[in-house]
Ligand binder design. Structure first.
Ligand code: SAH
Length: 233
């Protein structure tokens, strides 16, 4: 389940020592011969619940004494602020549930923080944990090639990103917008700003309104573009 951690940018971050990820198989900490980690819920209801003992034992086996995060659809939905906050931590422990989830005594004992990746339910916490790890790792210095690009992205910048183009200049008769090949950096920056604004207004009016609220921070040229976008020109 965690194979992606070994490849691409996260793999390189681990090799460089920027990131260290240790995976613990809770099943290794079971004591019965069937290696059972789950049992029927008290009080009935469908499904199975992960038992406290294998989780307590695996927690006790860790050198890591960081904060416990439990991936769970009951948690607060992961967002920019939370990702930034987590990227400041030296270490953390991420508990992945399965079946119907884990025994509440685990969460209470370790004062777990529950984090969701969205309002839908997956079969296990591994993919949500991967989402959390990837988004946090991306903010660590040295993980991306160009370190200042991490916060210059959709949402983090306050706007959605403008369309991107690469070679060739013309593909199947479709040219790249002319301004991008003009070499005029000022015009290019304004074009990107306008495209971002239009896209954000259309798709994320909430972000758009927040972004333009304080007009005083924009240049004259930017203000003109904002007015045009507002008038839908
Ligand atoms: N019975 C639980 C859902 C269990 S889903 C409930 O109704 O709240 C099984 C496991 O998958 C969970 O323990 C959790 O670790 C993980 N999971 C499922 N959906 C998730 C989501 N949206 N965000 C984070 N983790 C999730």
């Amino acid at each position: 389940m965690f194979a992606p951690l070994k490849t691409s940018m996260l793999g390189r971050a681990c090799e460089k020592g920027i990131l260290e990820i240790n995976i613990t198989d809770i099943r290794d900490y079971t004591q019965d011969k069937h290696n059972r980690t789950d049992d029927y819920p008290f009080g009935g209801g469908g499904g199975m619940v992960m038992m406290p003992d294998p989780v307590f034992r695996s927690m006790e086996s860790l050198d890591n004494k960081g904060k416990l995060i439990y991936m769970s659809p009951r948690g607060k939905v992961l967002d920019e602020d939370k990702i930034k906050e987590l990227s400041q931590l030296d270490e953390m422990i991420i508990l992945c549930g399965h079946y119907e989830g884990v025994d509440q005594r685990i969460l209470d004992n370790y004062d777990a923080e529950e984090i969701s990746i969205g309002d839908y339910v997956l079969t296990g916490g591994e993919l949500p944990a991967m989402v959390l790890i990837d988004s946090v790792a991306r903010l660590l210095p040295g993980v991306l090639g160009n370190s200042d690009s991490a916060l210059n992205e959709s949402v983090y910048s306050g706007l959605l990103e403008h369309p991107q183009y690469t070679q060739p200049r013309e593909y199947r008769g479709i040219p790249v917008p002319e301004v991008l090949t003009s070499g005029n950096h000022k015009l290019i920056a304004l074009w990107k700003f306008e495209q971002s604004l239009r896209l954000t207004k259309e798709r994320r009016p909430d972000l758009f309104e927040a972004f333009i609220e304080d007009r005083s921070r924009f240049s004259k040229a930017e203000k003109k573009i904002i007015d045009q976008v507002l008038k839908n020109d």
